[in-house]
Write a protein that binds this ligand. Sequence first.
Ligand code: FE
Length: 410
Amino acid sequence: MKLRVALTLCSIVAVAGLGYALAQMRGNSSQESIGDKTAKSDTSKGDKSMLHVKVFNKKGELVGPIETEKLVLTDAQWHKRRTDEQFEILRSKDTERPFCGTLLDNKEAGVYTCAGCGLPLFSSDSKFHSGTGWPSFFQPIAKENVSERADHSYGTTRTEINCARCDGHLGHVFDDGPKPTGLRFCLNSASLNFTPSDKLATLADPIAEQGAGSRAQGAAGKTSADSGERATAVFAGGCFWCTEAAFEQVEGVVGVTSGYSGGKKETANYERVCDGDTGHAEVIRVTYDPKRLTYDQLLDVFFDAHDPTQLNHQGNDYGTQYRSAIFYADDNQRIAAEVKIQRLTDAKVFDEPIVTKLEKLIAFYPAEDYHQGYARNNPNQPYIATHAVPAACAVRAKHPNLVKQGALTP
Ligand code: FE
């Protein structure tokens, strides 16, 4: 059975130690110079390799160019984050067999993003049937986002194209394309992910807010109207009573439901999950307005609302049901979570390694009614007073611009 032991506030100190070192994103002076023709604004800030790219904002609009850092990972890190096929193509510059790619015949309207880092690369507007067997486009969605370099392999000289942010290999560009450019950008499907036109807001990149005054956005969010749009995110950060309380106070969150994910429907109940052998984690499903709050901001709250360095426990709550996990619904959420973890790691926000698991969301099962709004309904319960309230306070301290007026009072 679950052990609800009142702790000292030591764990809260650990949570409070998190912070906005997120802004201190990683750089790597040893990053290979890509010698590109199109990414004109590569610079170096200290030991950081910088570039300018265009990204989507929360409205699903392409904005920029905006300065950002290159994403630099080791081969081991890429291996861990991508399939073998994606690694072979993105990092080892392999080429998939013609007529085999999953996106070759995709005719849906939308945007193709880098399978390595999520950067927007091509629009369906420029896709054409080349007959070569590989997805073909006559221009990138933004010239800044696709870099080029000479490729002298196989005794010929071709022009290789790469993602400007993560340097992932995409394919090659040739000068036998259609009007208006006369170019043919020849892509590997495995280098790309596709997002339909009506879902472009899900591609919102946190750097999009830099140019628009993101820090002011939070304050503005307190008075902005509900857009009516809804998105969801599922997180596991230990006891759901605590994480639910932390997220309920966030502006733009319209509902939080405690529940179970990671196991089967038959065992998705508190008694069985407490046994610790069902595969489930205690999770919360956050329903939010994507026009007022981004998934990336939710990730910030998540990592400040629990200790992601504790393996299969939070404080004295032990068991895999208390693991730290992000249940991603799609590739965009997965990539956003991967990038967030990498940036937190690079910025050394935590003294110990982050052990948060990324798990594909298969199903969410709401918990029993008495678990819903538990902290709100039982503010004087000792466990709530010593765990949930301090966790919520830590989030408020770290994210004053994201918290609703009159939210949970400590
Ligand atoms: Fe990339």
